[in-house]
Design a protein around this ligand. Structure first.
Ligand code: NAD
Length: 222
C-alpha cells in the first residue's frame, strides 16, 4: 500500500534537498518512459547518484511514501514530487532581455515541455520590439506592468547585461512578479517574498576547471 501524504511544504527544506527532488523527478520520468512501474530507494539512488539513505531522508521531509521492502510506485511518487515542487500546473513565464541568450531561450522547446509557458518577452531596444521569437512578440519594457496584469506573469527569465540587471529586477518586482531566474552574472537585491535564482554556466565551468586542475595537482604530488 502506498502510504501517507506530505507533512509540510517545500518552503523550509534545504535547497540541496530541493535540487535532489528535481533530480529524482527526472529519474522517475525516465523510468516511467521505460515502462518501469515500481522503484526501490536503491535503484532511485543509483540513477540519481546519491545513497539510498539520502533518498529516504529527502523523502521523509514530506511524510512517508512507499512500502518497506517493495519501494515506491513510480507514478505516485512522481505525482507527490510534482506536487511538492509546485509542478502540477503550468507557470506563466516571460523573458526580459531579448538579446542572444533571451532569443535562444525563447526558441528552446523544453520550456513548455516542462510546463513553463512562455507568454511574453520584453526589451528596451526599439529594434527588438515587434520581433517574434518562440511564439511571442517582443514588447517594450514600458508595457511590463500592464502585461503582468493582462497575462498573469509569474516568473521572469532575466537575460539583460550586468549593468542593467538591478534596474530590470526593480521593474519586474514593481510589476508584481515574485520569481526571477537571473542569468546576468551579478548579485541583485530583491525585497522579501521574491525569489531570485542565479544561473551561471561560467561559474560551473570554473568548477570543472578546478576539478581538472586539482587532479593535475594530485598527480604532481603523487
Ligand atoms: P545581449 O547584449 O545579446 O542581450 C541583452 C539584451 O538585453 C539586449 O537585447 C538589450 O537591449 C536588453 N536590455 C538591456 N537593458 C534592458 C532592460 N533594462 N530591460 C530589458 N531589456 C534590456 O546579451 P546576451 O549575450 O544575450 O547576454 C545576456 C545576459 O546573460 C548577460 O548578462 C550575460 O552575461 C548573461 N549570460 C549568462 C549565461 C549564463 O549561463 N547564465 C550565459 C550567457 C550569457
Amino acid at each position: 500500500m502506498q502510504r501517507g501524504g506530505a507533512r509540510g511544504t517545500a518552503r523550509d527544506i534545504p535547497s540541496a534537498t530541493v535540487g535532489r527532488l528535481i533530480t529524482y523527478l527526472r529519474v522517475l520520468n525516465g523510468l516511467e518512459a521505460r515502462g518501469v512501474e515500481r522503484v526501490s530507494s536503491d535503484l532511485l539512488a543509483d540513477e540519481a547518484h546519491v545513497s539510498a539513505f539520502q533518498v529516504r531522508k529527502d523523502l521523509a521531509y514530506f511524510g512517508t511514501f512507499g512500502t518497506r521492502g517493495t519501494g515506491y510506485t513510480v507514478s505516485s511518487l512522481k505525482g507527490e514530487l510534482k506536487r511538492i515542487l509546485g509542478l502540477t500546473r503550468p507557470w506563466r513565464v516571460a523573458i526580459v532581455g531579448m538579446g542572444r541568450l533571451g532569443q535562444a531561450l525563447a526558441d528552446y522547446p523544453g520550456l513548455s515541455e516542462y510546463d513553463f509557458d512562455l507568454v511574453a518577452a520584453f526589451d528596451v531596444d526599439e529594434r527588438k520590439v515587434g520581433q517574434r521569437h518562440g511564439g511571442v512578440v517582443v514588447r517594450h519594457m514600458g508595457e511590463l506592468g500592464a502585461a503582468v496584469a493582462e497575462l498573469g506573469l509569474e516568473i521572469v527569465l532575466l537575460t539583460v547585461p550586468v549593468g542593467a540587471a538591478q534596474a530590470a529586477v526593480d521593474a519586474v518586482v514593481a510589476a508584481g512578479v515574485r520569481g526571477i531566474l537571473n542569468f546576468a552574472p551579478t548579485v541583485v537585491s530583491v525585497p522579501e517574498g521574491v525569489k531570485v535564482e542565479p544561473v551561471d554556466f561560467l561559474a560551473a565551468l570554473k568548477r570543472v576547471s578546478y576539478f581538472l586542475h586539482e587532479g593535475a595537482l594530485v598527480e604532481d604530488r603523487g
